[in-house]
Design a protein around this ligand. Structure first.
Ligand code: ADP
Length: 685
């Protein structure tokens, strides 16, 4: 295992969101009116503050009013109390005058009278029972309703207190100044807090602590005075005004705040519109980019500096059988590295991460999710961000599996061509050989016939010799026929198909191998179906095929030490149109080799083998529109089989009737392979 990548923290590659999915949903920016939310929230906030301020103002008014009423009641009680006390003092003066028989001459020296004048009595008038003024102190007192002491600071009119003198001798009337009353009796803190007025029943001001009228916005309260000053009213108007909520400082601040928020919202809206325009442009561009990337035949892969996959296009994902999301975020070892090339892949990965990937690209092998292996060509390039920082690697990937396959096929075709040219040469040799053999074989047959005739002319010919010569003649004729057929093939003539009995043909082939079978002690098991239909074949060629399969089986059994068994079966193929010949042995088996390998020209596992037998057999069988097959026998050993077509009454063999997939067309049969077949096999037989 290669050491893990140790890299210092680097700027991360921002993975661009895949527009493929975003395009289906809502725009990323949310509702377009989002910019108005701060403004709306600010308005709500300001409305809340307004309600609070209005309520606070109302509460303050109520509190002030309650305080005002309380103060008015208290002051009225104080003033009424003061007047009642003055009335009591006047009464005490009257009583004292009655007790001491005070006369008009000593009236103005009476201590209680002087004391009253020192307080706020303006004058005291003694009126007799007839209503005449007996005495008046001071003399220059003004009439009751005249303004008091013109030119003085006292303002307002005077009030009266009157009590009867004992013995119904008259009345004492004390005039007092309301202004003095207010000045003396109103506490200073109350006078600072309120404008205090005393009014008569006609709303005329009798006395006041301030000049001028009551302002309309002043909070005021009026209280009727007590019996000491019936018909009079006491009015208190608060000096301190309750500022209306809309003229307060918080209100001004709120206004400014709203203006600022409105300006900010306007700027935000402009900004958002700009962002929206940019986003639309980006999305269009992303859609274009995705479409272009998806239409590319080239896979694209981006990795960050740690080797993590941060982007793959669809082509790349499809190439490997994954979804892009499954690959993004993966770290080495990648899921598409072939199991048997993990180390090699990791080495290549580290090399690429070190920036040493070949500029001209490199070939690699990746594994598809379904297991098949791909050949790819990878071109790596540096990935830089907007600031020019190196943030990863971008690779374009070409699937060159098909190209490699074609190259391999071309190479194999070239090999085959080379084989073919060698085989053609061999064919020429075989052709010459067959031609040359024809002559001596004819000579053998002729001499044999001559010797036979000569012997038969004798009286007592040796029957053994005669028999041997007859079989010699037959074998020479058979050899001649073989050579003739071979020559016909070499001259590219069609096989001589005729109606035949497959059991006979196979038996003849077995006869050819009898000696070898006996030598190796092979136990034969022949299962010939006697009810088989006739076949349409070239008997000589099919006999060679059967003989070759039996010879191979015999060779395989020769390697075996135990019992050697060979089974040859003839039967009707399942489709009823072919007859099948099957040769089974209990030898070492095929060792996992396919029929393609076994039939490849020159494939042989034998020291002296030429490796052409099965290739020729296959060509012959396919020339008959049949098929040659091989498989391992269930109990060990090999099973070789071939099929040949049945003969049908009044019908020549028609290729259109045959199943195309069962064999290649005759044109594709490699007759050059066939050409050399007979020579080694025939010589062996
Ligand atoms: P050759 O006999 O010259 O080797 P063939 O084409 O006849 O050439 O056979 C090719 C190869 O197929 C053989 O070398 C052998 O390995 C294998 N083969 C053929 N028949 C059998 C069999 N019955 N059992 C095991 N292997 C066989």
């Amino acid at each position: 295992m290669s050491p893990p990548l140790s890299v210092p923290p680097r700027p991360q590659l921002a993975v661009p969101p895949s527009p493929r999915f975003k395009l289906l949903g809502r725009p990323v920016g949310g509702p377009r009116s989002l910019w108005a939310w701060p403004l709306l929230l600010s308005l709500l906030f300001v409305a809340g503050v307004l309600v609070w301020m209005i309520r606070s103002e109302a509460d303050e008014r109520d509190a002030r009013r309650a305080e005002l009423i309380s103060d008015a009641l208290t002051l009225e009680a104080q003033l009424s109390g003061a007047l009642e006390a003055e009335t009591a003092r006047l009464k005490a003066l009257a009583d004292d005058m009655g007790v001491h028989h005070t006369g008009p001459e000593s009236f103005d020296r009476h201590a209680l009278l002087l004391d009253g004048l020192r307080r706020f009595w303006v004058s005291v008038t003694w009126v007799d029972a007839q209503g005449r003024i007996v005495a008046q102190v001071p003399d220059d007192a003004l009439p009751a309703n005249a303004p008091l002491r013109a030119g003085s600071s006292e303002r307002g009119r005077a009030g009266h207190l009157s009590v009867g003198l004992p013995g119904k001798k008259g009345l004492l009337v004390a005039r007092y100044s309301y202004a003095s009353l207010l000045r003396q009796r109103v506490p200073w803190w109350l006078a600072r807090k309120y404008d205090i007025r005393v009014l008569d029943s006609a709303d005329d001001v009798i006395a006041a602590t301030v000049d001028g009228e009551r302002a309309p916005d002043q909070l005021w309260y009026r209280k009727a005075m007590g019996p000491a000053m019936a018909q009079g009213w006491l009015e208190l108007a608060a000096r301190e005004r309750v500022t209306p909520w809309w003229r307060t400082l918080p209100m001004a601040l709120m206004g400014g705040f709203l203006l600022l928020v409105a300006a900010a919202s306007w700027m935000l809206r402009r900004q958002m519109l700009g962002v929206e325009r940019a986003e639309r442009a980006w999305r269009t561009e992303a859609a274009w980019r995705t479409a272009m990337e998806d239409s590319l035949a080239v896979g694209l892969r981006a990795r960050d500096l740690d080797g993590r996959l941060v982007y793959v296009n669809k082509t790349m994902a499809d190439m490997l059988g994954y979804q892009p999301e499954e690959l993004i975020g993966q770290m080495p070892p990648m899921p598409y590295w072939p199991q048997d090339e993990q180390e090699e892949s990791m080495r290549r990965h580290l090399r690429n991460m070190a920036g040493q990937a070949p500029r001209e690209g490199y070939e690699s092998r990746w594994q598809h999710r379904d297991g098949h292996v791909l050949d790819v060509m990878v071109f790596e390039a540096r990935l830089v961000d907007a600031q020019g920082r190196h943030i990863g690697w971008m690779a374009s990937v070409l699937n060159i599996t098909e190209r490699k396959r074609l190259e391999e096929r071309e190479r194999r075709q070239a090999d085959t061509m080379a084989h073919h040219s060698r085989l053609t040469m061999l064919g020429e040799v075989a052709s010459t050989l067959a031609h040359e053999l024809n002559q001596p074989l004819s000579a053998i047959t002729s001499y044999n016939a001559g010797v036979l005739n000569a012997l038969q002319r004798h009286d007592h010919p040796d029957p053994l010799l005669l028999g041997a010569l007859q079989r010699l003649g037959e074998q020479a004729a058979h050899a001649g026929r073989i050579v003739k057929r071979i020559r016909e093939f070499l001259t590219r003539r069609e096989p001589q198909r005729e109606r035949g009995d497959i059991n006979q043909i196979v038996r003849a082939a077995m006869d050819l191998q009898r000696r070898d079978l006996l030598r190796h002690g092979v136990v034969l098991n022949l299962q010939f179906d006697c009810a088989l239909p006739s076949v349409l074949v070239d008997p000589i060629l099919i006999e060679q095929v059967a003989a070759n399969l039996v010879r191979n089986a015999c060779d395989a059994l020769a390697m075996r030490t135990g019992s050697r068994q060979l089974q040859v079966v003839t039967a009707l193929a399942p489709d009823g149109r072919f007859v099948k010949v099957q040769v089974t042995d209990n030898g070492p088996g095929l060792g996992g080799q396919s029929i393609e390998t076994l039939c490849a020209p020159f494939f042989s596992t034998k020291a002296e083998g030429m490796g052409m037998g099965l290739a020729i057999c296959r060509s012959i069988v396919e020339l008959h529109y049949g098929a040659l097959d091989a498989e391992e026998a269930p109990g060990g050993g090999a099973v070789f089989s071939f099929t040949v077509p049945c003969w049908r009454e009044g019908e020549s063999f028609d290729m259109d009737d045959m199943d195309d997939t069962a064999f290649e067309s005759p044109a594709a049969v490699d007759t050059s392979v066939l050409d050399i077949a007979a020579t080694p096999k025939e010589s062996a037989s």
